[in-house]
Design a protein around this ligand. Sequence first.
Ligand code: MN3
Length: 205
Amino acid sequence: MSFELPELPYAYDALAPYMSAETLEYHHDKHHNAYVTKGNEILKGLPDMGSTLEEVVVNAHKQNNAGLFNNAGQHWNHKHFWNWMKPNGGGARPGNLDAAITDSFGSYDKFREEFLNAGATQFGSGWCWLVINKEGRLEVTKTPNGENPLIFGQTAILGCDVWEHSYYIDYRNARPKYLEAFVDNLVNWEYVAELFEKGPLKIAA
Ligand code: MN3
């Protein structure tokens, strides 16, 4: 298999003022593209690492292939990240997902607080997540660099990129402001609900 850079699902200026066209041009065309290109270069020199991106992520991790793991993980993360946002995002969650959030966190506001806190306290580059954990419940987590919850047997249904390349042009060092804008104005809850309804990813690795 090989990786392919997906098109953004909206125009470069569609998420302004919360995320600028300049940020999306750099983030998608340069950063995500580099993970795809580098990942493909590494894959070319290896025996079969799996038939899906998820299998490649998990196998690269099992084999301690840090180069492949970082690039494959970041490809997975970004592929979904573009879909985790939409113009006029945020707002109400579809019913089943909203009920599950309330069940797992007590309330949406409690989830929001945990998610913002996870993103703000991830030291250095990384991601904060809403995952389906091994017990089938929703949980907020954070990971460094390109690490993906898949390697812990968790399925990410929402993630926010807190690498500086994701917010520095628009927010400078104000990561908490970026996280608030992401949750309140950008999240595509329909896409989160779609992943939630699909349930835990089963990986044949
Ligand atoms: Mn990124």
